[in-house]
Design a protein. Structure first.
Lengths: 347, 873
């Protein structure tokens, strides 16, 4: 990376804005760095992406900056429309402030369910991915969600632009075509074996131990798991989201809506509402499964069961497909192919 | 794919050189690598996707194929990033479909069910349409190029050209195309590196639009989706209405086929099983109940009740008993059970209660055992006497023992019934086994009855289905749709309600009534407005009449009308059942034999079946006729000073005081606007002035000269005055309400009110305009019937006040004829309108604002920094 050349030293730079160029924030990473897939990292990355998706990235995109890249576009795409959309959806269904009192009651019943449906949609969609990730990780040793920090060097747009690094958070297996295999190698400076991560996966999948090139053996497996997990998550997560919406539409939630409060400074009411929420949640599962008592048709009676069934089935099918590895290298060695005792003719 | 750095094997072989401009269908990488002369990037095969209408179907098929392949690849774990991205979209759509399907299953009416899928489709449509309408189109019009241009790459993957502005495949655009866009972007023609400058400008515009898309999609998609749903609701309702109507009509057109579709197979099999299993067996109460329950399933409860009685009569000896060994054993067991609960010594009980042999012997000797005993009391008496004697003997032998008294007490308990019409314990024990037996002929008879009943039940089911679709008081029935789509859809416009008036009227019926009255008075006072109103209502009422007529398929189109089908089904069933010795059931189904359709014939279920539809039709028509009649009466009142009225102006040939006329007119208007059926009976209060005679009004009236009296009387009985449809009251409202009273003995006051509303000739202009319309006759009948049932009720106004003659009717009939109170009707209409408009106004404005912002923002996109511009110049 060739950085812009300045004939002024940092102390001689003439500031044209109030920001003191000497107060540069140190970059947390000096090169692309593999991160641990733990709760704190996930939270940190989520918050970072969320905050930037609403601030820096749109500002850069609206300016038409050459440094606005596809990562920023995708980060905006996965945060801004869904969050604003959810808020707007909730607002649309709850716009009954000026209705007559009698209408408000009816509208509130539907509005509350819709709002809960929107929230459950996002929650179920997001949480359900773990139903694929963790079992697959346990079975194959492949964590499809390992994050890494990418140090991105930007182009200088103005003469005063010297802070030209930006950190992006990606996942190792984000792309199945360009998986960051390089980051999975161990750091010899830290006394890590170069292939120690690949070794673990190889061992877990029965490829053997002390392999000379475990990385080459594991990569096809890794890719297969990535593809199959992505497929499973694509279908199962949306089915779980649908189940979430269906749960929110059960009548038993009215008990919760009657006492719902977010006033945490009133602990008694707040915790009571949490208790009722939990109770309503359990009831909603039972209600979705059993169907309405006075169902007009069999379709109406069993649609909840069918939805739950399809959701669980799609999750299990996706999960088992992801666990079922077909790209294992053949265990047949050269000596098995060539029978030295047999006569052979070489042309 | 760049092959420059690829490994180049050493060889002396030189394959023939091929022109790079002519791509070979049988491309071979190795052969290309061996070609020393032409090692270069492979020619790109990407191309821009045409967006013509004709390409859409082929593009769609290509997409489906691609998705299918992507799915296959990813199941095998071989998919690429692009394919996985497409599958994620597919997952999202399937999830959406799952939500819509579940919600569809939970909705009860066809429209709400369909709207779930409309909602889903509109959401995805909005996601797709928003960037096209708010970004792509304005950008194209302003900048001259498609910012959402798609292309297919070498591998046939469809992508957006400007998705990633750092990797735009510019080579897909020729110089000519780029220059043309540059001209539209007003890029000077003579600058160096013009193409690069234009590309940079295009890149910037595309990036800015992509960012705007991300920022606005969250606002736009839900709002646009909701607006699409809102706009589509009524057209879908109309389509749905026509579909439903056709479906219902087909039920009657193919009445026999539809009936045959409904079989009670399970029911029939169950009955067969019961009858086969119990063939030749005694018909116990349990067995009788099982048979009866099976046969009356899905039957009207009233019919079921009479059916049970008929079935009992049908079974021979069902009320007689079998007094044989089994019954005697049972009697003995019951006796032992009863006395063993009494805590008496066992030996005493055994001494008193005869054993089975003794009982059998005694009964055989006394009365003889029977298979078909009509009365069990004789048997019971013998046993009673026998035990009684033993107890007496025991008491005599043990006079001081309490056991004897206890024995007597418990025995009396067993031989006396606990309550009226209930058998004593002993009698009940003798009634253990019925004398009725399920014989072969009886089985056949029951099966025949069941067959008739099942056919009848199927027919009723089809008729009920038809009646529900057409006229049930439920959402989305044909009636509801006529009311919502044809009759009330523009009533607020017809009466010129302003948004402010709508806002106030929706609060409560009283406010709506007051505003409506003002509106009505305004329209009737203006010839042009009233003519326009008449035109609208004439059209509406004619349409309503025609639609209501078609609810019962007219005989000219098909003979299977609802009335015919109902009559045939009920009468046939009744006739068959009568032949099968089920007279009471036949009577309750189709009326007493011989009474026909007369009054007595109405006490049957057939009448309810017919009445349901008739009442529903009448109720709907009455509401609209009431509105029309009210306007006509208001019009007459506004013209009263010119035309006069026999009913309001004179009583027994004498002129009525203006004061009374003013009170009557006020009552007429109030009653028409807010009167309910119950208001016409007993409650019809009108607070009036106590001064009802000239002597009360004018001081020393009797002392005046005849000339003066005549002048005063002329003044007091003058005609009312009206202005802009309102009555200018001279007397009404001048008195303190505390001094006013209900003059409940003024029979004529109420009578005249009713006659003026329903009997006096309708306004001339109205009649002229509508007398040839299809509904006119029906409307005049409505007026007559309303006067009869409301004014002919014994309790009309006050007990004993009847307008003409007492007419027998029911509260339901009066309710149906009164129709909807106008203030309530308009209260509901304004409420609905306000809620819809409020929502539309709020989000429609927001949507328009959002589009405006995105369009205006287009003018600020693609601005190049000065340094570039200078370079360009």
């Amino acid at each position: 990376m060739i950085l812009p050349v300045s004939n002024l030293t940092k102390t001689e730079q003439i500031p044209f804005n109030s920001q003191n160029p000497r107060e540069e924030k140190p970059s947390p990473y000096d090169k692309d760095t593999l991160l641990k897939n733990n709760f704190s990292n996930r939270m940190r990355i989520g918050i970072d992406k969320f905050a930037k998706a609403f601030t820096i990235y749109p500002a850069r995109g609206m300016k038409g900056s050459t440094n606005s890249n596809f990562y920023e576009y995708l980060t905006m795409g996965s945060n801004v429309p869904s969050i604003i959309g959810s808020i707007i959806l909730i607002t649309i269904f709850n716009s009954y402030k000026n209705y007559a009192q009698s209408d408000k009651i009816g509208a509130a019943k539907i509005g509350n369910k819709m709002a809960l449906g929107v929230i459950f949609y996002s929650l179920f969609k997001s949480l359900s991915k773990s139903l694929i990730t963790y079992p697959v990780k346990m079975k194959t040793g492949i964590d499809t969600e390992i994050p890494y920090a990418k140090v991105n060097y930007q182009l200088q747009e103005k003469p005063g632009d010297y802070d030209l690094t930006s950190i992006e958070y990606h996942k190792i297996g984000e792309s199945v075509d360009f998986t960051r295999w390089d980051l999975l190698y161990g750091d010899v400076n830290k006394n890590e074996s170069p292939n120690f991560r690949y070794d673990k996966i190889a061992k877990k999948n029965g490829l053997g131990e002390n392999l000379t090139d475990s990385d080459q053996e594991v990569k096809p497996i890794y890719k297969e798991v990535l593809v199959k997990s992505a497929l499973a998550k694509s279908f199962a997560s949306y089915m779980w989201a649908a189940t979430g919406v269906a749960l929110a539409f059960q009548d038993c939630w009215q008990d919760y809506f009657n006492v719902a409060t977010l006033k945490i400074w009133k602990p008694r009411e707040f915790f009571h509402s949490i208790k009722i929420f939990a109770r309503s949640f359990v009831k909603s599962i039972s209600s979705l499964y059993k169907g309405p008592e006075t169902a007009a048709s069999k379709f109406s009676k069993y649609s909840g069961k069918a939805l739950i069934g399809v959701t669980i089935l799609s999750t299990l099918a996706g999960m088992f497909n992801a666990m079922h590895i077909t790209k294992k290298p053949s265990k047949i060695t050269a000596k098995d192919v060539m029978n030295k005792n047999k006569e052979s003719v070489v042309n | 794919m760049n092959l420059i750095q690829s490994y180049k094997p050493e060889t002396t072989y030189r394959p023939p050189i091929k022109s790079p401009h002519k791509p070979d269908g049988n491309f071979d990488v190795n052969q290309e690598l061996l070609n020393h002369t032409f090692i270069r990037p492979l020619p790109a095969h990407g191309k821009l996707v045409k967006n013509g209408l004709f390409e859409i179907p082929s593009e769609f098929i290509k997409d489906v194929r691609y998705d299918y392949r992507a799915l296959k690849h990813s199941i095998k774990g071989e998919a690429n990033d692009h394919e996985l991205g497409r599958l994620n979209d597919m997952g999202m759509k399937l999830g959406g479909l799952a939500i819509a399907t579940y919600l569809f299953s939970r909705k009860s009416t066809p429209l709400t069910k369909i709207m779930e899928f409309v909602g889903l489709t509109s959401f995805f449509a909005a996601m797709d349409l928003w960037p096209k309408i708010a970004l792509q189109l304005p950008a194209y019009l302003i900048h001259g190029f498609n910012i959402r241009q798609k292309y297919t790459d070498n591998y046939g993957r469809k992508k957006m050209v400007y998705l990633d502005h750092q990797f735009i495949p510019w080579d897909l655009y020729s110089d000519k195309e780029i220059n043309k866009i540059g001209d539209r972007l007003h890029v000077p023609k003579d600058i160096p590196n013009r193409r690069e400058f234009i590309q940079e400008k295009m890149r910037k515009i595309a990036l800015q639009n992509n960012t705007m898309w991300m920022l606005t999609a969250g606002f736009a998609t839900p709002i646009m989706s909701a607006l699409i749903c809102n706009a589509l609701e009524n057209p879908i309702r109309k389509i749905q209405d026509s579909r439903l109507n056709k479906k219902a009509n087909n039920l009657l057109i193919n009445f026999n086929e539809e009936t045959q579709k409904i079989n009670f197979k399970d029911n029939v099999n169950q009955l067969d099983e019961i009858l086969t299993q119990n063939k030749g067996q005694t018909i116990t109460p349990e067995l009788f109940n099982r048979i009866c329950k099976n046969m009356t399933q899905n039957l009207d409860p009233a019919i079921a009740q009479y059916f049970e009685a008929d079935l009992k009569n049908l079974i021979p000896n069902i009320r007689n008993y079998n007094i044989r060994q089994e019954t005697i054993n049972h009697v003995h067991t019951k006796l032992m059970e009863h006395f063993s609960q009494s805590e008496l010594p066992e030996n005493v009980i055994n001494e008193i209660i005869p054993d089975v042999q003794t009982l059998t012997q005694m009964l055989r000797e006394k009365n003889g055992l029977s298979d078909n005993a009509q009365d069990v009391s004789e048997y019971s008496k013998y046993v009673q006497n026998f035990i009684s004697e033993r107890i007496n003997k025991y008491i005599q032998e043990n006079p001081n023992s309490i056991t004897g008294k206890k024995l007597l007490f418990h025995f009396k308990k067993f031989i006396h019934s606990q309550s009226y019409a209930q058998s004593s314990g002993l009698n009940a024990a003798f009634k253990h086994k019925s004398a009725a037996v399920l014989t072969e002929p009886l089985t056949e008879e029951i099966k025949n009855i069941s067959k008739v009943l099942n056919t009848f039940k199927a027919q009723v089911k089809v008729l009920d289905k038809y009646a529900f679709i057409k006229a049930a008081e439920a959402p989305e029935t044909i009636h509801a749709n006529i009311w919502n789509l044809d009759l009330c859809n523009d009533l607020l416009k017809v009466f010129n309600f302003t948004p402010e008036e709508i806002k106030r009227s929706r609060l409560e019926p009283e406010i709506a009534g007051k505003i409506l009255r003002e509106k009505m008075e305004d329209i009737v006072s203006d010839d042009t407005k009233y003519t326009k109103f008449l035109d609208t209502m004439n059209h509406k009422l004619s349409k309503m009449y025609n639609k209501m007529e078609s609810i019962d398929l007219s005989a000219t189109n098909n003979t299977n009308t609802y009335i015919n089908c109902t009559n045939t089904s009920y009468d046939t069933a009744a006739e068959s059942l009568r032949k099968l010795r089920m007279p009471q059931t036949a009577d309750i189904i189709a009326g007493y034999q011989g009474t026909g359709a007369g009054e007595a014939g109405k006490f049957c279920v057939k009448y309810s079946q017919l009445g349901f539809m008739e009442n529903s039709n009448t109720a709907l028509k009455s509401s609209m006729y009431r509105l029309f009649n009210t306007m006509s009466v208001f019009r007459k009142i506004s013209k009263l000073p010119q035309t006069g009225s026999d009913i309001l102006d004179y009583q027994d040939g004498k002129p009525i005081l203006r004061q009374v006329k003013e009170e009557m007119i006020e009552a007429i208007k109030e009653l028409l606007i807010s009167g309910h059926a119950s208001d016409y009976a007993n409650k019809l209060y009108v607070l009036r002035s106590l001064d009802v005679n000239p002597e009360d009004i004018v001081k020393d009236f009797n002392l005046k000269t005849p000339e003066e009296k005549e002048r005063i009387m002329k003044e007091l009985t003058e005609q009312i005055e009206t202005q802009k449809g309102k009555v200018i009251n001279k007397y009404l409202g001048t008195k303190n309400p505390a001094e006013m009273k209900e003059l409940s003995n003024d029979y004529n006051f109420f009578k005249r009110i009713m006659k003026y509303i329903y009997e006096e000739r309708i306004d001339e202009q109205t009649e002229e305009k509508c007398k040839n319309s299809v509904f006119w006759k029906d409307f005049t009948e409505y007026r007559k019937d309303a006067l009869d049932v409301l004014g002919g009720d014994f309790n009309f106004a006050k007990p004993g006040f009847v307008v003409n003659n007492v007419v027998e009717s029911t509260s339901e009939r009066r309710f149906i004829r009164t129709g909807s109170a106008l203030d309530e009707m308009f209260y509901k209409l304004t409420k609905q309108e306000f809620n819809n408009k409020y929502w539309l106004k709020k989000f429609g404005r927001f949507g328009i604002g959002l589009i405006a912002v995105t369009v205006i923002a287009q003018f600020f996109t693609g601005r190049m920094p000065k340094i570039h511009q200078q370079e360009g110049k």
